[in-house]
Structures are given as structure tokens and as C-alpha cells.
Design a protein around this ligand. Structure first.
Ligand code: ZN
Length: 180
């Protein structure tokens, strides 16, 4: 979220940053469509593993591999890296830096991964942290969370965007406002 986002690209009224894991990013059509619609593509690792459980060299190699696979699939090289579960180690920081990636986290989340999540609950969870410059974490997949939980995030997007605009904020990809 940002108070100084430029106009969204053609074909997309609200753009965001979409995070991909290299292991699941072989579908070029999906990534090309996202890029064509103006969304930002960013890296979430190779596997969806806690960095504390991956030896540094293996982590570095997997990040490089993921960057290649996702970059090839999307046709653009990701510049941002969000480690799974938000676990930042010295190894993640060093590897990301060596690969030219900026490690980022978030400032608000909807806890949409829970089986008990609903769009209304996601909105209530995000609301207290909604402010200019904040990064809101939501998920469009349930591959690492409760089955069907992505529906709670999807249902929260429109009212969240409306609430943000109502508060005088514009909504856009993370790369437009930097980490917050
Ligand atoms: Zn994740």
C-alpha cells in the first residue's frame, strides 16, 4: 500500500506483487499473464522451507536455481525475495544479496492461511495495520496452508482495496513503495 503509487498499468485496476517458488513456477503462461497485466513477480525460494532447516550452501544454490526458473517463466528477473515464513537468517541475507535480490518482509497480514479464516476475519486482522507504505501479505494458494483457505484472501481483496482507497491510500506492487 502506498500513498504515492503511479496510475496502474493498462488492463489492471489493482496490481500487486506475486511471489513464486521455483519448484512450482514452470507454468510460463500464468507468469506471462501476470506480468502483462502489470503485476510484479518476486521470489519466494525454491522449496517452501524454513531457512533455518536448509544448510547455507544448499540454500544459496536453491535460490539461484529458483531465480533462473522463475525469471525464465516470467520473462523478467525478480528483484525481491521474501523468505518462507518470514524467516531471515544470515545465510538468506547473504545469498539474496549475492544474487542481486532485496530481502523483504511485510507490515500487515490477514492470517488467511487458517482453516477458520473468512474474508471478514482477514479484513479485521489487516485493518489495524493499514497505513501508507505498508506491505499487506495475502495468499492466493493453499499449497502450504489449510485447503481452500485462499478463498478467504480472495474474498477480502475487493473490500480491502476499497477501504484503502477510502482512507486516501492507493494500492500497488511492493516495488513501488519499498519495504514497510
Ligand atoms: Zn509462503
Amino acid at each position: 500500500m502506498t500513498g504515492r503509487t503511479p496510475s496502474p498499468p493498462r488492463g489492471c485496476s489493482t496490481c500487486s506483487t506475486t511471489w513464486g517458488c521455483g519448484r512450482r513456477s514452470s507454468c510460463s503462461a500464468r507468469w506471462w499473464r501476470l506480468v502483462a497485466d502489470g503485476h510484479e513477480v518476486a521470489l519466494h525460494g525454491w522449496h517452501h522451507r524454513n531457512s533455518l532447516r536448509v544448510p547455507p550452501l544448499a540454500l544459496h544454490r536453491s535460490l539461484g536455481r529458483a531465480l533462473d526458473v522463475l525469471g525464465d517463466a516470467a520473462g523478467v528477473r525478480p528483484a525481491l525475495y521474501r523468505p518462507p515464513y518470514g524467516v531471515v537468517t544470515a545465510g538468506t541475507l547473504a545469498s539474496a544479496r549475492a544474487l542481486g535480490l532485496r530481502t523483504v518482509l511485510w507490515g500487515a497480514w490477514g492470517k488467511d492461511w487458517s482453516a477458520r479464516a473468512t474474508p471478514a476475519r482477514v479484513l479485521r486482522t489487516v485493518a489495524p495495520d493499514l497505513r501508507g507504505g505498508v506491505t499487506v501479505l495475502l495468499h492466493d494458494s493453499d499449497c502450504t496452508s489449510a485447503p481452500g483457505s485462499w478463498r478467504s484472501a480472495l474474498g477480502a481483496v475487493r473490500p480491502l482495496v476499497a477501504a484503502s482507497r477510502g482512507a486516501g491510500l492507493s494500492v500497488g506492487p511492493l516495488g513501488e513503495h519499498g519495504p514497510a
